[in-house]
Design a protein around this ligand. Structure first.
Ligand code: SF4
Ligand code: SF4
Length: 385
């Protein structure tokens, strides 16, 4: 593991961090094994946004006696209500959920209090003009959190927060598909961002501006979705039409300005080992230039990243899971039994969708969720009885 200083926080963190999302549903033993492996492999950074009590409890058990081995990026404003993950700007719920996080992790401090998922001007105001930011500041002044952070997928909103001086850490979604839309520019020029305004590459200028501002202002970027929720790892699902490897995705994230940690969601010990294998590889195996050798690069708009930011759903549908199973089924000639079993093991599925559309404005990627629900119904309908 190599370490970087987390911007102006001064914290020393491993470049590859552990994403906690996939701890949902794991036992305390399985969580402990992953934490064991993370420590053995030099990881010292973990992101915990999950509001689910069992997940927090199991992580608390896994971290018992070694809390100080991790820099914890713990989220403010996530809640678990009506058996669903959600985000809130309600101060009472925010305080209750954060106190619950501390209690279940058996700790009295969180290194980075990460204000969860701010992607619009309206939402920015609902955080930075309200008691939410005051609560975060109070936690910081009391030493309950070391630093304030914010997570976002929107470079304009993220830059606003970075320039406000109020956050020290930005959790941002970064991978090549988010950053670039077309390719016919020489890869070397692209990677050095030479004259990209004049190039035919469509590199999102707002993102470059954000990354540069973070680097210049000492606001550390911790990268989420470096693998595009796994879609970049296969030619079939990658928007570039070619598969990347986990090390290539990590290398891409670590190569951006401002980035200090790339967070990889690990569900098993082998996935931890796979992530840190990055350091065993020669440079040529980390090189991600091949994905730009095609002219059919497209952006990720409309592609589900399985993040469930679209929650809450009044019908309590796990939208990410329904979409994932539908995508998996779509990629096969015949509906695989395992996918079918997982789909029907859920308490609710696309059949319960009332087509209210409440989820769609919450999706940062513009996914047409109702269309996906209709597709899921079609694919799984013959097996639903
Ligand atoms: S529909 Fe959008 S918000 Fe919902 S899981 Fe997919 S990408 Fe995430
Ligand atoms: S459209 Fe369907 S999936 Fe979306 S919030 Fe409404 S019921 Fe839930």
């Amino acid at each position: 593991m190599k370490y970087r200083i987390l911007g102006r926080t001064g914290l020393k963190v491993g470049e590859i961090g552990l994403g906690g999302e996939w701890f949902n549903g794991l036992s305390a033993v399985a969580c402990t094994e992953i934490i064991d492996s993370a420590i053995e492999n030099g990881m010292n950074f973990i992101d915990i946004f999950m509001p689910q009590a069992p997940t927090r409890d199991n992580l608390g058990i896994a971290l018992d006696g070694r809390r100080d081995k991790f820099v914890i990026q713990g989220h403010l404003c996530t809640v678990f209500e009506d058996e669903q993950y959600g985000r809130t700007r309600d101060i009472v719920k925010t305080k209750k959920s954060f106190n619950d996080l501390l209690a279940r992790l058996h700790t009295n401090y969180i290194d980075i209090g990460m204000i969860h998922y701010v992607d619009s001007d309206e939402d920015y105001a609902s955080v930075f003009n309200t008691e939410i930011i005051e609560y975060a500041k109070e936690l910081k002044s009391n030493g309950v959190i070391g630093h304030i952070g914010m997570s976002s997928h929107n470079p304009i909103i993220a830059l606003k927060a970075v320039e406000s001086g109020l956050i020290d850490v930005l959790m941002f979604s970064i991978n090549p598909a988010y950053d670039m839309e077309k390719s016919d520019t020489d890869i070397e020029d692209l990677m050095e961002y030479k004259d990209f305004k004049e190039s035919d590459w469509i590199v999102d200028e707002a993102r470059q501006q954000l990354y540069t501002a973070c680097e210049n202002l000492g606001v550390a970027i911790t990268v989420m979705k470096p693998l595009g929720a796994g879609s970049l790892l296969s030619a079939e699902s990658s928007p570039f039409g070619v598969a990347m490897t986990v090390p290539q995705c990590i290398h891409y994230g670590l190569s951006r300005n401002g980035v200090k940690v790339v967070i990889v969601g690990c569900h098993t010990v082998p996935e931890v080992v796979e992530a840190v294998r990055y350091y065993d590889l020669p440079d040529e195996l980390k090189n991600y230039g091949h994905i730009f050798a095609t002219n059919n690069a497209i952006n990720m708009t409309g592609r589900c990243m399985y993040c469930n930011h679209c929650q809450p759903c009044p019908s309590h549908i796990d939208i990410a899971a329904v979409t994932k199973f539908t995508d998996l089924a779509s990629q096969q000639d015949a509906l695989p039994d395992t996918v079918k079993q997982h789909y029907f093991a859920m308490k609710t599925n696309a059949d319960n969708c009332i087509m209210c559309g409440k989820c769609e404005p919450n999706c940062p990627f513009g996914v047409k969720i109702r269309e996906n629900m209709k597709k899921a119904r079609l694919i799984f309908s013959c097996d639903s009885k």
